[in-house]
Design a protein around this ligand. Structure first.
Ligand code: CO
Length: 296
């Protein structure tokens, strides 16, 4: 890895980790989730990063891909389990990190096991280690504690302007033998639940992504396409464009673009049996004999 590249990866990680810690105070009963997401996104920019993806605020059985709507009225409840997933990028080099807060104090065991699964899996990382070995460790820790990993979500390799590049890091034992390599940037994100251990898609997407290099002629769509294009494939929230045109128009444009397969939808994912879900995540660079956590 080139020094300049590594510097940017570390910077993106540092900003992500710093904003993660800063954001904890925002997560409290009565807080409006759209305000939490807006504040975190503003803080990432203030710290000199750009948004690698929309801030996710996932409550209870909602597991991933939930970005608040522009007019979202959702307020955190006294007993909600809230996961915040955020990421900064510097010239496309990404830090991706997440944590969960249990506002009611009822799910301490779940969160503790989840955090431990992340820590222990990071200790295993080194060139040549099989991702199945990592998944097996996560699965065992969670199952020994009486919980389940979300089997159909995984950690992922990260490339420049590419949130999901190449290698997947499963959270269960898998029957294949992909291996970690030196220099890889990897996001480890075990999800734990007291439910079934799978996620399914909900209907309405608030997060989209666009493939690079696609040309669109539609005049209405062009109003927002330039900004989407500037993200070079990184995901965006519908909320970010809510002031560019009326919500109805925006919905139509997004529908049309996704039907034409110009943009891709990322619908919210929730636990199959409405189990409570937690998530902890760090980004690392794989080194010669281990890994360096960028989002500490
Ligand atoms: Co993440």
């Amino acid at each position: 890895m080139e020094a300049e590249e590594e510097k940017k990866i570390l910077k993106a990680g540092e900003i992500s980790g710093k904003v993660r810690e800063w954001s904890r105070k925002l997560v409290k009963p009565g807080a409006k989730i759209v305000e939490i997401a807006d504040a975190i996104e503003a803080e990432i920019n203030k710290e000199g990063g750009r948004l690698a993806f929309p801030v996710n605020v996932c409550i209870n059985d909602v597991t991933a891909h939930y970005a608040p709507k522009f007019n979202d009225e959702t307020v955190l409840g006294e007993a909600d389990v809230v996961s915040i997933d955020l990421g900064a990028h510097v010239d496309g080099y990404i830090g991706d990190t997440a944590y969960t807060i249990d506002l009611g104090g009822e799910y301490g065991d779940l969160l503790e096991a989840n955090e431990r699964a992340l820590e222990e899996s990071l200790k295993l990382v080194a060139p040549g280690v099989s991702v199945s070995e990592i998944g097996k460790t996560v699965q065992e820790i969670l199952e020994d504690a009486g919980f389940k990993p979300i089997e159909n979500l995984s950690g992922h390799e990260i490339g420049q302007y590419n949130l999901h590049a190449g290698l997947s890091i499963p959270n269960i034992k898998v029957p294949y033998d992909w291996r970690v390599e030196e220099g890889m940037v990897l996001a480890f994100e075990p999800f734990a639940t007291n439910g079934y251990g799978r996620v399914i898609e909900s209907a309405q997407a608030e997060i989209y992504g666009m493939d690079e290099g696609v040309k669109v002629r539609d005049r209405e769509a062009r109003k927002i396409l330039r900004e989407m294009e500037e993200r070079k494939g990184l995901p965006f929230a519908v909320r970010w464009y809510a002031e560019k045109m009326s919500p109805v128009r925006l919905g139509m444009v997004l529908n049309q673009l996704s039907q034409q397969e110009i943009i891709k939808r990322y619908p919210p994912l929730h636990e199959k049996e409405k189990g409570i879900v937690s998530q902890f995540e760090h980004t690392v660079i794989v080194t010669e004999d281990g890994c360096k956590i960028t989002t500490k």
